[in-house]
Design a protein around this ligand. Structure first.
Ligand code: ADP
Length: 216
């Protein structure tokens, strides 16, 4: 699914956020990238998610060498292959949760009515069927993150990248979100979770530990 070979990322100002990273992530894996703040986890996720280009080395996603793709091709690849989940949820508060999730299909060519109907089905699956017309601010953190995950996976991407998805949650809500990620993985989605929480990382089938821009 993902292959990084000798990948570096140097930001303006000379910070070596990734200092030579090689890793292979197979289809169907569920893994954690763990490490202290500043160790390069988010940078690695951005590079894996085709959100940012690496400085040197090679990144392939589902067999596509990202260096050979234009920015427009990269956004098509993201739209077709990758769902993103972030610590701060990034939901739109002016919309109901059905509309938020339906927006995950905005560029898919699926009509509005079908988008909403699929969004409602998915929200029922994540246990929020009774809240469809509520706005994100009316929900708890854990519920909001389940909405954000539903939005990320409504287009059924083969790859889900999550940056500290439980970072803002209490441990019970965090566990609910993790079990949702586990069940998505059981149905075939490859999932990479960034966390600074060693306990969460240890509960996943594979851990990649980062320090100072390299895998340790
Ligand atoms: P983590 O996710 O493990 O906290 P990051 O990948 O966010 O680590 O950051 C790795 C290093 O790169 C840090 O030293 C950070 O300050 C630096 N960094 C991250 N983003 C930028 C940026 N846009 N410009 C300059 N430096 C950055």
């Amino acid at each position: 699914m993902i292959e990084l070979t000798d990948v570096t990322k140097v930001y303006d100002g000379g910070v070596h956020a990734l200092a030579g990273v090689s890793v292979t992530i197979k289809r169907g894996e569920l893994l954690a990238i763990v490490g202290p703040s500043g160790s390069g986890k988010s940078t690695m996720l951005h590079v894996m998610g085709a959100l940012d280009r690496c400085t040197s080395g090679r990144v392939t996603i589902d067999g596509h060498d990202l260096a050979t793709l234009s920015d427009r091709q990269l956004s098509t690849l993201r739209a077709n292959l990758i769902g993103f989940v972030f610590q701060q949820f990034h939901l739109a508060d002016g919309m109901t949760i059905v509309e938020n999730v339906a927006d995950g299909l905005l560029y898919s060519g699926v009509g509005l009515r079908e988008r909403r109907s699929r969004a409602a089905d998915l929200l029922k699956q994540v246990g929020l069927g009774h809240r469809l017309t509520h706005r994100p601010r009316e929900l708890s953190g854990g519920e909001r993150q389940r909405v954000a995950i539903a939005r990320a996976v409504i287009g059924e991407p083969p790859l889900l990248l999550a940056d500290e998805p439980t970072g803002n949650l209490d441990s019970h809500s965090g566990e609910t979100v993790l079990s949702l990620l586990r069940s998505l993985n059981d149905s075939g989605t490859t999932i990479v979770v960034i966390t600074h929480d060693r306990e969460i990382a240890a509960g996943l089938p594979r851990e990649i530990t980062m320090r100072d821009g390299v895998i340790v």
